[in-house]
Ligand binder design. Sequence first.
Ligand code: ADP
Length: 471
Amino acid sequence: MRSPPEDFWTTTLALTAPASLVLVVFAVAHQVSWLWAIVAIAATGLCTGWLVRRHLERLAQHAARLEALAKGDPPNALATSQEEGPTSPLAEAVAKLERAMPERAQPMASEAALESIVDALPYAILQLDSDERIVRANTAARALFGSDLEDKPLVAYLRDPSTLDAVAEALSGRHPEATEARLAGSVERALRVRVVPLPRPLGTAPAALVAIADVTAVQQAERMRRDFVANVSHELRTPLATLTGFIETLQGPARDDAEARKRFLGIMDAQTQRMTRIVKDLLSLSKIEELEHSPPASYADIGKTLQTTLDSLALAAKAKNTALDVHIADIMPPVRGDSDQLAQVFQNLVDNAIKYGRSGGTVRVRAAVAARLPAGFAPRAEAYVEITVADDGEGIPREHLPRLTERFYRVDAGRSRDMGGTGLGLAIVKHIVNRHRGALDIASEIGKGTIFSVYLPIAPAAAQNARATGT
Ligand code: ADP
């Protein structure tokens, strides 16, 4: 037997009580017999109970259907409106609501889908009301301007006059041109802003949509490209001008001067070699950049690669009377690396240390498992090897350090050129280290010298051994 609905007993008792009381009073006053009164009370109770139970059950069913509608669950079967009795208007209302639900749910579902799409867009999107206040903002907008944008005036975030003019234009129904704006902050951001009027159903206030693209990175890349072309042209123009000058001199005034011809040809040879070095370094840089996103698949023996490079530089060191003080740890775990590229890194760093170090000084080269990593570097491997190249030269002023790895950046351009430098060596080093998922650290003290440290991730299996043996 089903348990009675909630409130069944209290409702039945409350409804039966007055009639029962009257019958008891009549029985006490001997107007009716007690037997008759008890039978009448029982009959009233049964009938009332049956009616109460029926209506309470129906009410519970309607409540459940309304709850399902509120949750957005589609009804299994539509409620019948043919119910009779006091609950019939309620049954009719629930049936109407259930019939209307699919039509209402459709626009609601497509609006929710649209909101998710707008939220996933990489552009910051702001919906403005007629007072230029933000009504809605997507995730990208919150990332750009901060949370809690709703109900704030746009001008609190974007003060660019041309953008504000565009908003006013859009609110008066026109389609303004896209504008460029700058957003102040720890890093200034360049924005491209497009404002469009929103469709305006009859009787509603004007509204506008602002779509903002962050073009900082694009503009930066464009500027770098322009600077790079200008730098390459400048670097090649100088030796070319020298060559042209000497060719003219050799064809004209110095045509019969054997002594001058010998000297000039020597200079022309040096300039040609310089151009060749620049072109070679540029080609090698572009090749490294092409591969930068795919880390090397082979393994490299750092100790061996480093030693071979140092041997090839022994003559250059001797020419400058520089001592090479080398210490390579006995156990050097292999790294995932391209030996040729790593040789280029060591070659550029040691060559620089000899070039910019003190004449008659010492270049110290060390290689071992890294005890620690540079500050701010987020490690991606279990363990790293560290190769340091330290010289005892003049050192590099602190303000130049962050830009040293930019292409053609030199502390002293004249000195670099005189020593046959192209200004591309450290850019090559940085890109090779990046490709190896490593780190480059530069520390320098004026008057004492400079230390370049390269960190390379140890191959995973070897990293475990290195940690276990404490090397
Ligand atoms: P370059 O061909 O001019 O040597 P690099 O890219 O190798 O180009 O180096 C860029 C600049 O960094 C150099 O011109 C020089 O000013 C500075 N530099 C590099 N290594 C050292 C060093 N060991 N000591 C002092 N300055 C250095």
